[in-house]
Design a protein around this ligand. Structure first.
Ligand code: BTN
Length: 263
């Protein structure tokens, strides 16, 4: 495993290629507090699906469960995508899972052994390489999804915010960020289009296949109350994690999962 101490060169995103990407409207910002906030503003002002904001340096990145997301300039991909979902309301909880699995699939295609920790942390060797924050934003023309994705690309050990994180470079390769961004957007778009035409079932089983949490002994820190411990045994039709506990199966809709021991 390579140990990087000094950052490798960090080329800028190729704005020309991104602005020419078919079917996408990609805005590149040198610096932004949070791309999710920028895309939420675009959504409220009437923008349609596949508007994308990516920044070279996100200065106040937001994570799940009110956490922050910190990435040094040009070390990561930090971007958000506007998605107007044409699916029944009951299927909306699948958006974070579908987005996570699109990221894992893209990284797999690029040669990384990526899997999903429920709901949408992307792991390589049990270390987090990418995180996703999906927010539902009300607009005058109906609710939209803002899919925010952060991928650690060339982050060094010293720059990682926590020891349970990693970067693609630390896992052996440093993909070009422009190529990777276009691949991630292509995968997300293909999966959302599949969802619109075929329904969620195929994506559900693809998520289950990619989810490395299933079968593991877990502790789930819930938004309120005592943590739950047991064995992750399934994903229900609403995208919730099923945990087999001593008092029966419990469905978890939100929480932070720790893989206690691989079975
Ligand atoms: C998490 O794992 O807690 C989710 C992290 C999500 C970070 C991304 S970076 C781009 C987008 N903008 C934000 O402010 N957050 C998301």
């Amino acid at each position: 495993m390579p140990v990087t101490t000094e950052p490798s060169p960090r080329p800028a995103l190729d704005r020309g290629r991104l602005s020419a990407a078919p079917g996408l409207r990609i805005e590149v910002l040198d610096e932004a507090p949070s791309t999710n906030l920028a895309v939420a503003d675009l959504a409220r002002s009437g923008e349609d699906s596949w508007a994308v904001v990516v920044t070279e340096h996100q200065t106040a990145g937001r994570g799940r469960l009110d956490r922050t997301w910190h990435t040094p300039a040009r070390s990561a991909l930090t971007f958000s995508v506007l998605v107007r979902l044409g699916v029944p309301d009951a299927e909306w909880p699948w958006l974070p899972l579908v987005a996570g699995r699109a990221v894992a699939r893209t990284l797999n295609d690029a040669g990384f052994a990526a899997g999903m920790k429920w709901p949408n942390d992307v792991l390589i060797d049990e270390l987090k390489v990418a995180g996703i924050l999906v927010e539902r934003v009300e607009t005058p023309t109906g609710p939209v999804g803002v899919v925010g994705i952060g991928v650690n690309v060339s982050t060094t050990w010293a720059e990682l915010p926590v020891p349970t994180a990693t970067s693609l470079e630390l896992k052996g390769a440093t993909p070009d960020r422009t190529d990777l961004l276009l691949a991630l957007l292509g995968a997300l778009r293909a999966d959302v289009e599949q969802w619109h035409t075929d329904g969620v079932e195929g994506l559900r089983s693809a998520y289950v296949d990619a989810c490395v949490t299933l079968g593991q002994e877990v502790r789930v820190d819930l938004p309120a109350g005592a943590p739950l411990t047991g064995v992750a045994c399934g994903i229900d039709s609403g995208g919730r994690l099923l945990v087999r506990t001593r008092v029966g199966d419990q469905a978890v809709g939100a929480g932070d999962v720790l893989h206690v021991r691989t079975r």
